[in-house]
Design a binder for this molecule. Structure first.
Ligand SMILES: Nc1ncnc2c1ncn2[C@@H]1O[C@H](COP(=O)(O)OP(=O)(O)O)[C@@H](O)[C@H]1O
Ligand SMILES: [Mg+2]
Length: 380
């Protein structure tokens, strides 16, 4: 825990306008790594507000690389927003750099040390402008909201379609099924929790799809599907909307990397369209809602149709199967490993998740022709 004075000292490391009036957690006051910094101008009026965030360096081992990714990506979008006459302070996240005078000599030698502060406890902090008058939704529970979610990610990717700089791979191997299969093969061989014999059928679900999933990834590896900037955490709570409910911008850019755009699309479809819970015991609850798929896809393509290649469009619907399959594999692999990665609430929680996610995958496979038609109809 940090005292108010400690938090103020951390906030002062950044280039803020005005005097700090108050720092408090964003949200209902429980322990939070996202803080809001209120300022006062020299004449005593309310100044700009800022978001101060502690970055989780256990999840992101390369915070400087991550912050540099965010700085490059947001600068690129900012130029696009300005060029179309939008508001560059609201339609993209604004990274607040370090206050130059606060950067110590030894920090200067470190990469991107103008973008973050590392405190005495080894925690990393970064700051951005608080976007006033914005709202977020916790869950997309209607096609109308799914459409907006698709629009948000679609616009983000479309603004970045001509981004050519190199981004750091801050989470190695993310959504790379070839690498996942290497881990999978090792997990099967190890059989650390002696569970493999009891889940032969579930293992066959993975093995029977190995080839088609690797074939898809080969297209990314060969460049037939281009690499682009991806967000990698496309949930609706990472999109800010204005008071009228229109998309402002995408936030929570920590996971931005270079991969196929289709991963973002597929991951969104996996989570937006599931009619059940990720760990539903009642498999009859679980299915892909075609209405939600249609809505998200239409919102997404309304922003992206002109910046995608034929090959990307051909594989768009498949990406939902790819990402859902990867999740089935990861849940089952963790079950084989003895539940070391995902937090579990009961003994076979990962197996329940495996089965529920597999039901979702089957539902996508069954509706695949209709999914392809949704994409085709939109484009025609
Ligand atoms: N720049 C910002 N302006 C306004 N609200 C923000 C901003 N950044 C974050 N928020 C709010 O804080 C929440 C959590 O921030 P986020 O960056 O998504 O962190 P987390 O890793 O906790 O999801 C968001 O869902 C949003 O409601
Ligand atoms: Mg978030």
């Amino acid at each position: 825990m940090y005292t108010d004075d400690q938090l103020k000292a951390i906030a002062c490391k950044f280039e803020i306008a005005g005097k700090i009036q108050q720092i408090k957690p964003l949200g209902p006051g429980f322990i939070n790594d996202t803080l809001i910094v209120k300022t006062l101008t020299s004449d005593g009026n309310a100044g700009p507000r800022y978001i101060l965030q502690r970055k989780n360096h256990l999840v992101f081992p390369d915070v400087p690389g991550m912050m540099n990714n965010i700085a490059m990506v947001t600068a690129h979008i900012k130029a696009k927003v300005a060029a179309r006459g939008g508001d560059p302070d609201r339609e993209v996240l604004t990274i607040v750099p370090r206050n130059a005078a606060s950067i110590a000599e030894e920090e200067k030698a470190l990469p991107h040390s103008n973008l973050y502060y590392k405190d005495e406890n080894g925690n990393f902090w970064a700051m951005c402008l608080f976007i006033e008058g914005s709202v977020t939704y916790e869950k997309a529970d209607s096609p109308a909201l799914a459409y907006k979610g698709g629009q948000g990610i679609g616009r983000f990717q479309s603004d970045l379609a001509d981004f050519t700089q190199e981004l750091s791979e801050t989470i190695p191997g993310f959504h790379n099924i070839r690498w996942r299969f290497q881990q999978w093969d090792e997990a099967l061989k190890r059989d650390a929790a002696s569970r493999a014999a009891s889940v032969k059928e579930e293992i066959s679900w993975i093995e029977s799809r190995r080839e088609e999933m690797l074939d898809f990834w080969s297209l990314v590896e060969s460049g037939a599907i281009p690499r682009r900037v991806t967000h990698n955490d496309t949930k609706i709570s990472n999109i800010l909307f204005d008071e009228k409910g229109e998309v402002l911008c995408v936030i929570d850019l920590d996971t931005c990397m270079s991969s196929t755009s289709l991963n973002d699309f597929g991951d969104a479809i996996r989570s937006y369209t599931n009619t059940g819970a990720e760990d539903d015991r009642d498999l009859d609850n679980v299915a892909m809602s075609l209405d939600m798929f249609r809505a998200y896809t239409q919102g997404y393509l309304s922003e992206r149709r002109d910046t995608m290649t034929e090959t990307e469009l051909d594989w768009l619907a498949f990406s939902a199967r790819y990402i859902t399959f990867e999740q089935v594999l990861r849940f089952l692999m963790d079950y084989l490993d003895g539940d070391v990665y995902y937090k579990t609430k009961y003994a076979d929680h990962n197996l329940v998740r495996t089965r529920a996610q597999y039901r979702l995958l089957q539902s996508m496979e069954q509706q695949y022709d209709q999914m392809l038609k949704v994409v085709k109809d939109f484009l025609s």
